[in-house]
Design a protein around this ligand. Structure first.
Ligand code: CO
Length: 211
């Protein structure tokens, strides 16, 4: 890729927006009020706004390898805190994708340096759901299912945070688990039943807000 082309692309993009709305950038610079926090994978094929048909200003975005929400990750925790407590988003989306390199790497027995502790979060997801995953004989299908279960567990990590619990209690914030299929371009809602899944252990993580 010719890196200079990017600046030409940028000029064309400015012209396109100015043609349809003369004040597009003036309006954009006034501030942001997104209603969605999107937590997705850094994978170059899984963009945020583009796959959702949204525009700058519509969605607050956090992306990392394998769309993880580790409880001690300052970056993810800061993004959730700011999006929920300050921007007051109505929806938090954790979006995984099939064919995720992070998921695959976590399932291989090799030393990946600094990636080891990061990917260990995915190994923990495997441990929690080992019975279901080990019962899937097809390796490809097992990876796909692990990508879905990883979304579920990262949503649960999101629900463990104080600000999300407060927002669910006070203004019906909703958490969604989605998966993107790169091979078809399809975005799928996993329709995760958090109340049902968490009913046996929700009290362990409840920190004072009535759900
Ligand atoms: Co990925």
């Amino acid at each position: 890729m010719d890196i200079k082309q990017i600046f030409k692309n940028n000029e064309a993009w400015i012209s396109k927006h100015r043609e349809s709305n003369d004040h597009y950038f003036e309006k954009l610079s006034e501030g942001q009020a997104p209603s969605i926090l999107y937590i997705g994978c850094s994978d170059s094929r899984v963009t945020a706004e583009e796959i959702m048909g949204l525009q700058p200003g519509d969605v607050f975005v956090h992306r990392n390898i394998a769309n993880l929400v580790p409880n001690t990750d300052l970056s993810a925790m800061s993004v959730i805190n700011y999006a929920v407590s300050v921007l007051k988003v109505d929806h938090v989306v954790v979006c995984g994708h099939y064919g995720c390199g992070g998921i695959k790497a976590a399932m291989e027995s090799s030393d990946l340096g600094i990636l080891n502790p990061w990917l260990r979060n995915i190994r923990d997801v495997y441990r929690i759901h080992r019975a279901e995953l080990d019962a899937i004989t097809d390796e490809h299908q097992r990876y796909q299912r692990l990508a879905e279960l990883n979304v579920q567990e990262q949503c649960i990590n999101t629900i463990k945070t104080a600000e999300v619990q407060r927002a669910i209690s006070e203004r019906q914030l909703t958490v969604h688990g989605w998966i993107f299929d790169i091979s078809t371009g399809t975005l799928k809602d996993l329709n995760i039943d958090f109340v049902g899944i968490m009913k046996d252990f929700v009290q362990i993580y409840t920190i004072g807000y009535k759900q």
